[in-house]
Write a protein that binds this ligand. Structure first.
Ligand code: SAH
Ligand code: SF4
Length: 353
């Protein structure tokens, strides 16, 4: 069977910003001669108090619900798999209307519930350590397909409503700016999912035009840069994107952010974990005032890469800290169910035969 690559319907009611959806609903209400207060009732059901289908909006007359289901249906992501890790992390595999598949990971930690969401099916950038990169690029996700990952989690269990969102699932968010731009609005606005901008992190390898667009937004979304190496030469060996947007230019673009940024740094034995690497990274982090997240390498990327041993990661972190850098060694979550960073490959059946 050939791989299906049909573009998703881009203008469903859940693909619109809350303002645009309100406009669409009020036109619909006016055209049917319904009282104006119906618009607000319907609007809350999109994101604020989501429902699986209009049939569940019992505050609306049955005839209105039926008409809405036909004319402005609420899209869904089909839950194909939900797997619970021994550490409480839960991975979801969503099947999209055209057969593509993407994953989200819900990571509880104290009172926080962080949902790691996908912005693309696959990824074109081929970082050597990443399972998503090995899949290649399939397609961009629509705004609903991005924000809908959160909606589906809430529909499943309202108690799971995420407090934090990280764009660290599949794909490079800043190569899908139109989808991510609208999804950010839906996630953040009170008439959307109402998640504070400071609790939403966009992670990027440094797509400069996208970074500029993100920096131009008035909300203070957080930015994480996947740095992974402190020099252009070492970075190029593991991240082909360095050819197009080099380290120096990426760091310059990062200076436009008003908030403190984070450097993500996957530790790979012999590639980026020497003392000299730590010193060079400390210089960059100090210049930028960046926090550093050190991630143990998870299996799933290029064969032949080895994780830096835990002791060496600790030493690397201490070396950064001794130079005044705030460095944190990230705990690996969801390893047993291939839900950890860099392990998402939309597996379990997959869209192609
Ligand atoms: N494309 C974006 C966002 C998705 S990747 C980006 O690269 O930033 C999310 C995070 O997972 C990135 O920091 C990435 O470097 C990390 N990651 C990828 N492969 C990994 C692996 N094998 N082990 C640990 N982290 C990995
Ligand atoms: Fe794409 Fe990010 Fe994976 Fe690199 S690390 S291949 S940019 S998803």
């Amino acid at each position: 069977m050939a791989s299906p690559r049909v573009a998703p319907p881009a203008d469903s009611i859940l693909d619109l910003t809350p303002d645009a959806a309100l406009e669409r609903l009020s036109q619909w209400v006016a055209a049917r001669g319904l009282p104006r207060f119906r618009t607000e009732q319907m609007h809350r059901r999109l994101w604020v108090q989501p429902i699986a289908s209009w049939q569940d909006a019992t505050e609306l007359p049955v005839t209105v619900r039926e008409a809405l289901d036909l004319e402005l249906p609420l899209r869904r992501l089909a839950e194909e798999l939900s797997e619970l890790s021994s550490d409480g992390t839960r991975k979801f595999l969503w099947r999209l209307d055209d057969g593509e598949a993407v994953e989200s990971v819900l990571i509880p930690s104290g009172t926080r519930r962080t949902l790691c969401i996908s912005s693309q099916a696959g990824c074109a950038l081929g970082c050597v350590f990443c399972a998503t990169g090995r899949m290649g690029f399939r397609r961009n996700l629509s705004p609903f397909e991005i924000a809908g990952q959160v909606r589906e989690v809430i529909l499943r269990d309202p108690a799971d409503k995420p407090s934090n969102i990280v764009f660290m699932g599949m794909g490079e968010p800043l190569l899908n700016w139109p989808g991510v731009d609208t999804a950010l609005t839906i996630l953040n606005r009170p008439e959307g999912l109402g998640i504070g901008a400071r609790h939403i992190t966009v992670s990027t390898v440094g797509i400069i035009p996208g970074m500029e667009k993100l920096a131009a937004r008035p909300e203070q979304f957080r930015l994480a840069i996947s740095l992974h190496a402190p020099t252009a030469e070492r970075r190029l060996a593991i991240m082909p994107i360095e050819k197009k947007y080099d380290l120096k230019a990426v760091l310059e673009a990062a200076s436009a952010f008003r908030k403190r940024i984070t450097f993500e740094y996957v530790m790979i034995a012999g590639k980026n974990d020497s003392d000299q690497d730590a010193d060079a990274l400390a210089t960059l982090a100090n210049k930028q005032g960046a926090l550093v997240n050190l991630l143990p390498l998870h299996p799933g990327g290029a064969p032949g890469l080895e994780a830096t041993p835990p002791n060496r990661i600790k030493n690397f972190a201490s070396r950064l800290q001794a130079r005044g850098v705030e460095a944190v060694v990230r705990r690996s979550r969801g390893l047993d169910i291939q839900a950890a960073c860099g392990q998402l490959a939309g597996k379990s059946g997959g869209p192609t035969a």
